[in-house]
Design a protein around this ligand. Structure first.
Ligand SMILES: Nc1ncnc2c1ncn2[C@@H]1O[C@H](COP(=O)(O)OP(=O)(O)O)[C@@H](O)[C@H]1O
Ligand SMILES: [Mg+2]
Length: 330
């Protein structure tokens, strides 16, 4: 009998619309000779729908063999939905709870990478209560960081709430903006004149990396507009970088994946300085975009793994991980 795969998309995050396109594309391309596909939509308020009918999540998931949550950002990529699958004992595509948390948190992931001697920018976080209590003191604690700085909500995506700050007088406002979106703000030194290089990763301890790709944002940095509105942002696959740099980036991507004990899949994003040729790992996305033109599947396609085979492989890994729950320990 065919296994039922539930493709879950939409969701409560700012990436709701992208998730719908990704989810629809996965549902369309899954190999029907191997799988029966159920589409599950989560609306912006968190309601679950199957065939247009609103139902309780646990009812919808009752006869599902494997869940494929194509949800980005908050409630999708941050360990919450993964916890639901764990409670219901359903195999699922993607990282476990703890790995999702670490991948999502821009501070925790960097702390771990730093500990593993992987290259990261200088950073410092501020938590809301400390900021509200004494802004002057909080600003003093980040005063060693050199401008320009990037100020970000520590647990968000899609460049929402991110400001590039060029001088001291604009810092306070940028921090206030980032705090609109969460409890913790991360302040990072910037990689000047950076090229944005991305690598796709697949597997468990046997992780493999794709060729490198490059994003050329249409704006000063890859902000929300450059990501979703401005048609002049470009993706170049493979990235035009020398072999040595490319294999170093690939190796670092694999090491960063292992350092967080990631499983299944991720996309690792790098900032490569045009001036020095040095790079840092900036972040990982444990459920990257999956539209037919998204970097994650495109990079695999360029590495010799076409979209449909990639999906089958992810489901195989999900079943394998379900049998080996100890993998989730960090
Ligand atoms: N430290 C940095 N130095 C240079 N550019 C940065 C830095 N941090 C972020 N950026 C720019 O901001 C964009 C969004 O930041 P990122 O941390 O990737 O957030 P998100 O999770 O929202 O994608 C990056 O793609 C890059 O263009
Ligand atoms: Mg990013």
């Amino acid at each position: 009998m065919l296994k039922t795969v539930a493709v879950i998309f939409g969701g409560k995050s700012a990436e709701h619309e992208v998730s719908i396109i990704s989810g629809k594309s996965i549902a369309k391309n899954l190999n029907r000779k191997k799988f029966k596909v159920t589409e599950i939509f989560i609306d912006k308020k968190g309601g679950w729908f199957k065939n247009g009918k609103k139902q309780k999540a646990e009812e919808i998931l009752q006869n599902v063999d494997i869940a494929f949550p194509v949800l980005h950002g908050t409630y999708g990529e941050d360990g919450t939905i993964q916890g639901l699958f764990e409670m219901l004992n359903i195999p699922y595509v993607g990282c476990g709870v703890a790995q999702s948390v670490l991948g999502m948190d821009k501070e925790f992931s960097k702390i771990i990478w730093k500990e593993h001697s992987l290259p990261v920018v200088k950073f410092k976080s501020i938590k809301k209560p400390a900021w509200q209590k004494n802004k002057k003191q909080a600003l003093k604690e980040v005063s060693h960081l050199k401008f320009p700085l990037f100020v970000k909500p520590a647990n968000l995506g899609s460049s929402v709430g991110i400001t590039k700050v060029k001088n001291k007088k604009d810092l306070e406002k940028a921090i206030e903006i980032a705090f609109r979106y969460g409890y913790k703000v991360i302040i990072e030194e910037s990689v000047k004149d950076a090229r944005e290089i991305e690598v796709s990763l697949l597997g468990n301890d046997d992780v493999t990396s794709s060729v490198c790709g490059e994003i050329i944002p249409a704006n000063e940095f890859y902000d929300y507009d450059a990501k979703y509105n401005n048609p002049n942002s470009k993706a170049i696959i493979p990235a035009k970088i020398d072999k040595k740099t490319s294999s170093k980036i690939k190796k670092t991507a694999e090491d960063a994946y292992k350092a967080l004990n990631l499983h299944s899949l991720a996309r690792a994003d790098f900032l490569l300085s045009r001036k020095t040729g040095k790079f840092v790992i900036s972040e990982v996305n444990t459920m990257p975009g999956f539209t037919p033109i998204s970097m994650f599947p495109k990079l695999w396609e360029a590495t010799g793994l076409p979209y449909q085979k990639l999906l089958t492989k992810l489901i195989d890994i999900a079943e394998q991980n379900f049998r080996q729950k100890s993998l989730w320990e960090i």
